[in-house]
Design a protein around this ligand. Structure first.
Ligand code: ZN
Length: 331
């Protein structure tokens, strides 16, 4: 494997780093994301990041002790970005993280002009699943479905060891699989999508409705001008044994488990890897996910896929982008 640079364009931070030929992290940088600015400001930042990480990767820095890096020439660069991207043309079509980008942005061309290196562009959840398959929870598995849980619910597929991005680069949008007809509205404009049922907003809404039944909430400080209600706050409450919070994670896990059962019938994967901010609370809902999956799926228990929390944390995005770039162009 070649040495490679990876960059993850987030809504609040741009995380980036350099992976060695053995997959080890050699360098890492993080900058505030100019997400609300136009593409020019982002491209300037990306060029700065590539220079910072790439300069150190020149053959002179590593010397004859690292023939793999030298033989490979300049580092391939991978960029992961949320939303719809065209990996073949290197174009960002739409991204929820980049509200200031109102038109398609030929990001790969712009970065190439600024740095002399043309990056490969990937959807961030695709990058995540590749990283977890090669270096994280899915090590050694051939077929892995990754799901990122947060405000948005993303996903990606590695099938028989290869990232599967589909005909338009849009495969793995698990969050927008319709689950309930005429269900709650989703950020994508549809209704009843998985994201509309298990994304951050849905979890907090579920707690609000369940907490009435459990007789909490109305007097709790979140409702009376204290800290805003967050999934992290809910996790703390569930950890303390508050019934409504425990039930909220249980119900959310059950819905996710059912969705994973559908994916199991379709793909018969080795493993589901759960990432994203909400997966930090995985211990609170993994048992419900596994139980619902086990009940709904046709396969006997011994043949059912595992469901695990991701292990690479917030670095998975850039690690996956670097790895995908090192493995070769999309498609
Ligand atoms: Zn949707």
């Amino acid at each position: 494997m070649r040495r490679a640079l990876g960059i993850d364009i987030g809504g609040t931070a741009v995380k980036a780093g350099r992976l060695g030929p053995d997959g080890a992290i050699e360098a890492r940088v993080e900058k505030p994301s100019p997400a609300r600015e136009g593409p020019e400001v982002m491209v300037a930042l990306l060029a700065e990041v590539v220079r910072e990480l790439g300069a150190a990767a020149s053959p002179r820095s590593f010397g004859p002790a690292d023939p793999a890096g030298i033989a490979a020439g300049p580092c391939p660069v991978g960029i992961g970005c949320a939303g719809l991207v065209d990996p073949w043309r290197g174009v960002v079509l739409t991204s929820p993280n980049l509200p200031g980008w109102t038109q398609e942005v030929p990001l790969a061309d712009l970065v190439a002009r600024a740095t002399g290196t043309r990056p490969e562009l990937f959807n961030d959840a695709n990058a995540f699943v590749l990283a977890e398959t090669r270096l994280g929870a899915g090590r050694g598995a051939a077929t892995v479905v990754g799901i990122t849980l947060g405000t948005g619910v993303g996903g990606g597929l590695v099938l028989d060891g290869k990232l599967w991005i589909g005909r338009h680069g849009a495969a793995g949008e698990i969050g927008h699989m319709p689950v309930i007809i005429d269900g709650p509205p989703c950020a994508c404009g549809g209704r009843g999508c998985l994201e509309a049922l298990i994304g951050t907003r849905a979890i907090l809404d579920r707690y609000r409705s369940l907490s009435g039944a459990f007789g909490v909430a109305e007097t709790s400080r979140e409702w009376t001008g204290g800290e805003p209600l967050t999934v992290r706050g809910l996790a703390r409450r569930a950890g303390e044994g508050e019934g409504a919070a425990v039930a909220t994670f249980g119900e959310t896990g059950r819905i996710l488990g059912l969705a994973l059962a559908g994916l199991t019938q379709l793909l018969d994967p080795d493993l589901f890897v759960l990432g994203g901010g909400i997966s930090r609370s995985a211990a609170l809902f993994l048992p419900a996910v596994r139980a619902a999956l086990g009940e709904a799926v046709m396969l006997p228990t011994a043949m059912q896929p595992r469901v695990e929390a991701a292990t690479l944390g917030p670095d998975a995005g850039w690690i996956g982008a670097a790895r995908a770039a090192a493995e070769g162009p999309a498609g």
